[in-house]
Design a protein around this ligand. Sequence first.
Ligand code: HSE
Length: 326
Amino acid sequence: MPPHVRVFAPATVSNVGPGFDVLGLALNQPGDVVDAELADAPGVEIVEVTGDDGQLTTDPTRNVVGVAAQSVLSHLLATGRTGLDPEAARAPGVRLWLHKQMPLASGLGSSAASSVAGAVAVNELFGAPLTRRELLAHAMAGERVASGAAHADNAAPGLLGGCVLIRSYDPLDVIDLPVPAALRVAVVHPHCLVSTQKARALLRGRGFVIEHAVANLGNLGALVSGLHRGDLELIGRSIEDRMVEPLRAALIPGYAQVKSAALRAGALGCSISGSGPSVFAFAASDEVATRVAAAMRDAFHEAAGLDADSFVGPVNGTGAYRLDLP
Ligand code: HSE
């Protein structure tokens, strides 16, 4: 049997209110699973994709898992870090199986979960020569294929866990933030689709007003400070986005009612998860987060006739991880 690994990569909430493209956090569930195996044939082959209702291609140049995997493989070969005999007649390849266990176009970082799982799986196959931070650029290659932009605010928390700030994209500078132990996240996914590519196109060419940028800067700084101080109330009142949320809210049926319902049910703060349609809220306990999630689901149903799933829990502190094989 050739070496075989299985990796889980979690869903993520990106933007987190005021932090468009620069802030993200990892959830415990849902997520994607990738199986990877060494192959004699060079390059990356996607043997099978499951759980996607036939929506995703197995072409490794167009499926994010293949793009991220190929990026890691090419890097390891080019830098001689595969741990294999450099004199071997043929460069090794990789076979992948992608098991989608989360909805597509959901605002939960579905493409990042696949990219991260693919990048981590290939790295693990070769004995993990690259650090999680070194894998980020490779996972971002997948994100570029998915949305046209290599944003890191889903891939970074998916790889590293926790809550992560992208201080700079060029050069890439990623900062881990502390997460208060009591903080809980309620995420509700209504059964409708928002394409990240379209949600990003909506922002292009907008003349954002300076007052709104000032408000977002203040809120982002306060949010980071709230995380450091463990001040849940400050974290909650910093979940305010004057720039992107007002434009994207129109893509999510019932959004205003869902947000009001979350706050009425006791949420500390509430905003769009990534590019939507999922909506996230922060809460100070499991009990409140569960109540908030139920109120948001009910509001999606009443305001927009949409069924919805929800996920409630703490922030995932570890990011992607290797699963035991039976
Ligand atoms: N920051 C990105 C956006 C995340 O909002 O477009 C997309 O998942």
